[in-house]
Write a protein that binds this ligand. Structure first.
Ligand code: ZN
Length: 68
């Protein structure tokens, strides 16, 4: 085992995000030290905590539940 991917899971319970790959929805997300989004602020790219897909985006919940 030469390589270890270190994933951190965070959850501030605010924005609901959805994974476009596996369909996971949650307020938590995964970060990895290997993927720093902004080296100046230290902001990390966020990933799906289930499948670690980068296609994990905040979804806006609209009131009324109308689907277009
Ligand atoms: Zn996923």
């Amino acid at each position: 085992m030469a390589k270890v991917d270190k994933w951190y899971t965070q959850d501030i319970g605010e924005d609901l995000s959805e994974c476009l790959d596996c369909g996971y929805k949650g307020t938590d997300w995964a970060e990895n030290d290997k993927y720093i989004f902004d080296t100046e602020t230290g902001e990390c790219e966020v990933f799906c905590p289930e499948c670690h897909s980068p296609h994990y985006y905040i979804t806006i919940q609209k009131k009324g539940g109308k689907s277009g």
